[in-house]
Design a protein around this ligand. Structure first.
Ligand SMILES: [Cu+2]
Length: 430
């Protein structure tokens, strides 16, 4: 294989040189060489075209819409893509034909003419008509996608380096949410409902995109932009930040999880369950103590009491640039962490969840990360030194230059024993 790959171009180069030197030379050799020279690129383009259509179960495929708005975008793009494909083929064929037919054989220069008004008008009017034909449905779809009047519930979505926060205001929508809920990474929504995301950012510009559910919307500091999320059926849909936002942009992912109406209500109730203090003297309560001293300055856990018996309120605004860190009240109800970039469950459990049919999906997701599925390797690595998992510029030695603020989660220099206890606390809490 490698032998023939290495020698072929050499041989054909030599033949070319020979052909140039010997212009009147043997046409049989030069034709077959030319054919061979074309064969590789043509085969490569053909293989690429065919293979790129093969990713049947790609989780971020705009050609497999799973919600109303994604379907509108899909229906809009199918026709122009098809027509553009045909136009591409016609243009390529015409260029190929002309290049071949009129190649330089030493013939005289053809008669030069200046323009042909009928052709020029036709070639202006035809593209204009095509553009109008595409433009009208595009603009009307844009208005359609921007519609918010039939919103059934609202979630505030805020991007920051490098994760998404979701906060659900108390509302009658979504089947009723009594108290605000704050979570991160996985956006949980009721299936079939028109959920309106109010998207913003706390630092740089990010962009929210769940390809199977809708198009993109930029998250811009100081502005609120809306985007409809609606999934036909219960399931999990992945996405990623699509605006370059710093070192860990590639690790800024997100997942939308849609649950049936009853399941969504259960999820809400689970999020709002009062905090249960650990029983004394277990690994778990030592973990809680460590959490209070090391973590609560940035991370909120609703209802956790400090040594003074008062509820601890996090002050991430003092320690991190965007002023917020993920709320860790219900970490084990989500299956990924740190911008949905890392898993809390084993590969097998993850695959099972992603392949669960819609009718069983809600129950499967609501189980959360079960003890059998829990995989703490990544979480341990995260606590050992988050900056090795996500490049974040969170180097404590550089704090002098950042006014004491971190970008992302810093290395806290925890011992293995502390990590054990913290993981026990984070994972065993119901
Ligand atoms: Cu981003």
């Amino acid at each position: 294989m490698s032998h023939s790959c290495a020698t072929k171009p050499l041989q054909s180069n030599m033949t070319t040189v020979k052909n140039v030197q010997n212009q009147s030379g043997d046409s049989m050799t030069s034709n077959s060489t030319r054919r061979r020279r074309w064969a590789m690129p043509v085969a490569a383009v053909a293989a690429f075209t065919v293979l790129s259509g093969c990713a049947k179960d790609a989780p971020q495929d705009t050609w497999q819409p799973a919600g109303e708005n994604a379907r509108k975008i899909h229906d809009l793009q199918v026709w122009p893509f098809g027509i553009a494909g045909i136009v591409l083929l016609i243009v390529c064929a015409a260029v190929g034909y002309s290049v071949f037919k009129f190649r330089d054989r030493g013939q005289a220069i053809p008669k030069q003419s200046h323009g042909k008004p009928s052709l020029e008008i036709a070639l202006t009017v035809l593209p204009a008509l095509i553009l109008i034909g595409i433009g009208i449905p595009t603009v009307s779809t844009l208005f359609d996608l921007a519609k918010t009047s039939d919103t059934e519930c609202v979630v505030n979505v805020t991007g920051q380096q490098w994760w998404w926060e979701y906060d659900y205001p108390a509302q009658a929508g979504c089947g009723g949410i009594e108290k605000p809920i704050v979570t991160s990474g996985q956006l949980v929504i009721p299936a079939g409902q028109h959920v309106l995301l109010r998207i913003s950012s706390r630092d740089v510009i990010h962009s929210y995109w769940i390809p199977k559910l809708n198009g993109k919307r930029d998250a811009v500091p100081g502005r609120v932009q809306t985007l409809r999320m609606q999934a036909d059926q219960p399931g999990i849909y992945s996405g990623q930040c699509t605006e370059f936002c710093g070192l860990s942009h590639a690790y800024m992912r997100m997942e939308a999880v849609s649950l049936d109406a009853a399941g969504f209500k259960t999820w809400v109730d689970n999020q709002l369950k009062p905090y249960t203090a650990p029983t004394a003297d277990s690994k778990y309560s030592e973990g809680e103590a460590l959490f209070i001293t090391n973590c609560t300055r940035c991370h909120q856990v609703n209802g956790i009491l400090g040594t003074d018996g008062k509820e601890v309120i996090a002050r991430p605004d003092k320690y991190v640039y965007p002023g917020v860190a993920p709320n860790l009240t219900n970490l084990m109800t989500r299956t990924t962490f740190a911008g949905a970039a890392f898993d809390l469950q084993t590969e097998a459990c993850k695959t099972r969840l992603w392949n669960t049919p819609p009718a069983q999906f809600t129950a499967a997701y609501l189980e959360g990360v079960t003890p059998q599925c829990l995989d703490i390797v990544q979480l341990r690595e995260w606590l050992r030194n988050p900056t090795t998992k996500k490049p974040m510029y969170a180097d404590p030695t550089k704090l002098a230059t950042t006014g004491g603020m971190y970008r992302g989660m810093p290395n806290l220099g925890l011992t293995e024993d502390q990590i054990d206890k913290l993981v026990a606390y984070l994972t065993e809490r119901k």
